[in-house]
Design a protein around this ligand. Structure first.
Ligand code: PMT
Length: 222
């Protein structure tokens, strides 16, 4: 029996991977399936929360009892997260958000021209949503959780990222072409801004999600 410890709470979860368009046909994207974020949404509902799931390009069925907001790009994800975060008790950023987007969008499909070298793609920075919502808290007592997807020096990079982003908790997981992305399972260390480190053994993404909600629940005030 799950404790309804999130009853009366509004939580926002982002999931999936943003797509940054080059033209009407192509985009820069990443390998996130959305499964970890959807597991967070489902477990939060089971614990009694009202859940807004900001979903970027996830080909997954809407979880029952969840308010799903579909977005495409990082800029759209930012808008949706900021809107939902205004009255949220907790925000969990499980989405894989592109750090950069193409500087220009071609209204028509980019063509290859005979005998010509391809044009380089110029990128510009996307807003850092996690750093933004951690920096100016719209509600006092709001608990903000980030994820860190790392391929090497996983924990050291995670610890540095926690400081840089300014969130309360950071879930550090290792990723690769066939690791974590799209799989049913995950393993992680959840770092707390208070210096705590909670390892979560390899298991279903729901188990990691429940540990995240345990740690969020401990940090939520009355
Ligand atoms: O979706 P799955 O297939 O289940 O895979 C799960 C996952 C690997 C995508 C997930 O567990 C995960 O690690 N999500 C975060 C991916 C990510 O973008 O990590 P990052 O280290 O690049 O970013 C750090 C944090 O900042 C993240 O919380 C991210 O949402 C946030 N961010 C990043 C860039 C940006 N411009 N704005 C942000 O808010």
């Amino acid at each position: 029996v799950t404790e309804p410890d999130l009853r009366g709470r509004h939580v926002v979860v982002s999931a999936g991977g943003t797509r940054e368009p080059l033209d009407p046909v192509r985009f820069l994207g990443n390998r996130s399936s959305g499964k970890q974020g959807y597991a967070l949404a489902r477990t939060a509902v089971a614990r009694g929360a009202r859940v807004t799931l900001v979903s970027a390009n996830a080909a997954l069925p809407d979880p029952a009892g969840v308010d799903v907001v579909a977005v495409g790009t990082a800029v759209e994800l930012r808008e949706a997260v900021l809107r939902a975060a205004a009255d949220a008790d907790a925000v969990v950023m499980a989405a894989a958000v592109a750090d950069f987007r193409p500087a220009a969008y071609a209204a028509g499909k980019i063509k290859k021209k005979d005998g010509q070298e391809p044009e380089p793609v110029t990128l510009v920075r996307n807003p850092d949503i996690l750093a933004e919502i951690s920096g100016d808290r719209v509600r006092s007592g709001q608990v903000i959780v980030g994820f860190a997807a790392e391929t090497d020096d996983v924990l050291a990079n995670g610890r540095a990222k926690l400081k840089r982003k300014g969130c309360d908790l950071l879930v550090v997981n290792e990723v690769g072409e066939r690791k974590t992305f799209g799989s049913e399972e995950n393993e992680a260390v959840v770092l707390g801004a208070d210096g705590s480190e909670t390892p979560v053994a390899h298991g279903p993404k729901e188990a990691l999600a429940d540990t995240v909600w345990d740690l969020v629940s401990e940090r939520l005030g009355e």
